[in-house]
Design a protein around this ligand. Structure first.
Ligand code: GLU
Length: 466
């Protein structure tokens, strides 16, 4: 029997939800879901000065918006401090850790001397092999008795074997003199206790993996599968920073990308399945594997995101888009839309839209009240001649069946009888119905608005003529 997969995302709640964290969460979520395993959440809140409840809330909301549901109750790392200390004691007991009584001043003096002598400044504690009978009654830290010879090899599923020389790693502190655990100990104990089988995270943690592996070994615990993913870079190939634009998930949500488009995009940021660019959640869940993660840093590309977003909007159900628009207006403070006006228009605007605000913009004709105020360009299309033609059109529309074929016939016939191209009639019609010049097709708009509203809008324009 193989062990069920358990992955986790372990964010530090110190700010926004970074796009890199979102991608790491997505990879872990996809991997767990693909294998019918569990995706757990751990809040790494041990840094009391920097961790805030608001940041935790932002992370929870970000995951929820992205649709990355986690299993079980989130674990607070801080709340596990007693358990971390217990493990440090167990390591003392099994001889893989020791009490170190060296003071900060002594450690500094050691380094000074090493620098002067040109030898390694890695601290070598004189207490490592001291007889406990000689221990003073003084404050101490607990240090790992790390192997000094040989190598620690991380068999990484993305990076391959990564080798660290043990003589270049010091005896790291596990428990501070005030009894609080260090980050390195906390991560290992939590990953073990949570039953994590795969640690998939940014490669900025690769060096930590060597140290964490030593703690796993010291406790005789099986190491998880390690998979360190290259960080996300900006379009210029440099490490992603604010300078490159949006770095927080909430900023992408505010730009109006549907969550499923961002999932698709983030999945492609560093992972590939053949040459598939656009894919659904179901496909991603069926395909995701560690072998598909590349070793080169992925570059953020907003154009590609927009392009994928457009494809997702075209494929989404109208009701799903409506819900996404409502979420977007609520989160950005944009004016709320009337659902029963927007919904019938979504079908004719989604193909040409790449973001949720573009949906709202193109559906303006359905959301706006009569009388429609034309913008500057539309006003120009409504000159006296054009209005006259629209007036002539009205009786034909009063009796026409309200279907696309018939409407196209009616408008086409009138244009023909005037010796005009269809466009000459479409422009003022557009202006009358939508108050704009860039709109969905006039026939689509007429069908969505219905006969009464269409005629009323034409009548408004005719009245303007005095
Ligand atoms: N808290 C770490 C971070 O936010 C993640 C640690 C881990 O995944 O092991 O970068």
């Amino acid at each position: 029997m193989t062990t069920p997969v358990v992955t986790r995302i372990a964010p530090s709640p110190t700010g926004t939800m970074h796009i890199g964290t979102a991608r790491t969460a997505l990879f872990n979520w996809l991997f767990a879901r693909r294998h019918g395993g569990q995706f757990l959440l751990r809040i790494e809140d041990t840094d009391r000065a920097r961790s805030t409840p608001e940041a935790t809330e932002t992370i929870l909301k970000g995951l929820e918006w992205l649709g990355l549901d986690h299993d079980g109750t989130p674990v607070s790392q801080f709340a596990q401090a007693a358990r971390h200390a217990e493990v440090a004691q167990a390591m003392l007991a099994n001889g893989t850790a020791y009490k170190c009584f060296s003071t900060q001043a002594e450690i500094e003096a050691f380094r000074e001397e090493a620098r002067a002598a040109g030898t390694s400044t890695l601290f070598r504690s004189p207490w490592r092999d001291a007889d406990p009978a000689t221990h003073p009654d003084a404050p101490f830290v607990i240090r790992l008795k790390a192997p000094r010879a040989g190598e620690t090899v991380i068999a990484d599923a993305v990076q391959g074997d990564v080798t660290f020389r043990n003589d270049q790693l010091d005896d790291m502190v596990l428990l501070r003199s005030d009894g609080t655990p260090t980050y390195m100990l906390a991560v290992v104990v939590d990953d073990h206790d949570m039953g994590i089988t795969h640690v998939i995270r940014g490669d900025d943690h690769l060096n930590n993996a060597a140290r964490q592996a030593q703690i796993f070994d010291a406790m005789g615990w099986a190491q998880p599968v390690w998979a360190h993913i290259p960080l996300i870079h900006g379009a210029d190939g440099k490490k992603l920073s604010k300078r490159h634009g949006a770095t927080g998930v909430e900023e992408y949500a505010a730009m109006g990308f549907p969550a499923r488009a961002l999932r698709n995009y983030l999945a492609r940021l560093g992972w590939a399945h053949g040459d598939a660019e656009y894919f659904t959640d179901a496909e991603a869940r069926a395909w995701f594997d560690l072998e598909g993660i590349g070793r080169a840093p992925a570059r953020l590309d907003l154009k590609k995101l927009e392009n994928l977003s457009g494809q997702h909007l075209s494929a989404m159900e109208d009701a799903e888009i409506l819900a996404a628009v409502q979420d977007w207006t609520a989160r950005t403070g944009a004016p709320a839309v009337e659902a029963d006006r927007l919904l019938p228009a979504i079908g004719i605007v989604k193909e040409a839209s790449r973001t949720l605000p573009q949906i709202v913009e193109r559906a303006h004709f359905a959301l706006t009240d009569r009388p429609v105020t034309p913008d500057e360009k539309a006003a120009k299309a409504l000159d006296t001649v054009s209005r006259g033609i629209l007036k002539e059109l009205t009786p034909h529309l009063q009796t026409a069946s309200w279907t696309r074929d018939v409407l196209e016939g009616v408008v086409g016939d009138l244009a023909g009888s005037k010796g005009l191209g269809l466009g000459k009639l479409a422009a003022p019609l557009r202006a009358a119905l939508a108050g704009r010049t860039a709109t969905p097709s006039v026939f689509d708009m007429m069908l969505v608005l219905g006969r009464d509203e269409t005629l009323a809008r034409l009548d408004d324009v005719a009245r303007d003529d005095g």
